[in-house]
Ligand binder design. Structure first.
Ligand code: ATP
Length: 256
């Protein structure tokens, strides 16, 4: 089966700083891949390369069999992306924003309206469908962003911290949506810092540290290698053990 996502020996620098140091990975259709790592490890950079936002990298990147460097427009039609820090045009209403995004994907305006209203209702945002988003909470904005990334029914979905700001009910809903999207054959590649969620919904977990993959497998496989929680495994593999000591030092510094 042709991999949906394929990265070969990816190197990426910002100026003279090398951020990705030889990333290799291959993802099959219908997989939910949790891509995790400490702050600054290179998660968003990897995702941005995959969606064609950062063409200046070394190595080979393919999505749906297409070359990211030369076929990025064709790829963009078939992928969805929900960024970590998105610039929502918040003087628009959700309906106006979703109409705008839908039309970029050349969807029919009537179809967009119907779909947007239905999806907003499922996220309990019906009452706000025509309100300016300037006053929206972080979670409300995140819901609109999630809808905008999925509106054109993409085959591959990239999510950077998809649960950011969501309340407990919305987290459950989004987890379930991710699961059902994968069951219907979509591929999900997401990054998150919420280990419990990663543990529960990922078919495969990839841990990246300082621009290199340090673990790759199902949660059961990773646990088999080291029978700890994902949080402990993460701390060990990424060298962030000893947080208790750091917290003590932090409090000590505050008190002095
Ligand atoms: N546009 C940029 N210019 C210069 N350096 C950048 C740029 N974007 C990211 N970096 C640097 O590249 C490194 C990797 O950043 P990246 O955003 O990919 O990390 P991340 O794993 O997504 O982190 P986080 O968990 O904090 O979101 C960091 O050191 C960051 O400072």
């Amino acid at each position: 089966m042709t991999p949906v996502i394929q990265l070969q020996n990816i190197h990426k620098s910002y100026g003279s700083t090398l951020v990705l140091k030889g990333i290799d990975l291959s993802v099959s259709p219908g997989q939910i891949v949790g891509y995790i790592g400490p702050n600054g490890a290179g998660k968003s950079t990897t995702i941005k390369i995959l969606i064609g936002m950062l063409p200046d990298f070394a190595g080979e990147a393919r999505v749906l069999g297409m070359d990211v460097k030369t076929q990025s427009l064709d790829i963009k039609r078939r992928i969805g992306y929900v960024p970590e820090n998105a610039a929502l045009y918040d003087t628009l209403t959700p309906m106006e924003y979703l109409q705008f995004i839908g039309q970029l994907y050349e969807l029919d305006p009537t179809h967009i309206d119907r779909k947007a209203l239905d999806l907003l209702r499922l996220f309990q945002l019906s009452d706000y469908a025509n309100a300016r988003m300037t006053t929206f909470s972080k979670g409300m904005r995140q819901k609109v962003l999630l809808i905008s990334g999925l509106l054109h029914n993409p085959d591959v979905i990239f999510l950077d911290e998809p649960l950011s700001g969501l309340d407990a009910n919305a987290v459950v809903l989004v987890k379930e949506i991710i699961r059902q999207l994968a069951v219907s054959g979509k591929t999900i590649f997401y990054s998150s810092h919420i280990m419990e969620v990663v543990e529960k919904i990922s078919d495969r977990i990839i841990i990246i540290n300082q621009g290199q993959i340090v673990a790759d497998g199902t949660f059961a496989e990773l646990q088999h290698q080291r029978p700890e929680s994902l949080e402990q495994l993460f701390a060990q593999l990424t060298g962030s053990d000893g947080q208790t000591g750091i917290a003590e030092e932090f409090i000590h510094t505050l008190n002095n």
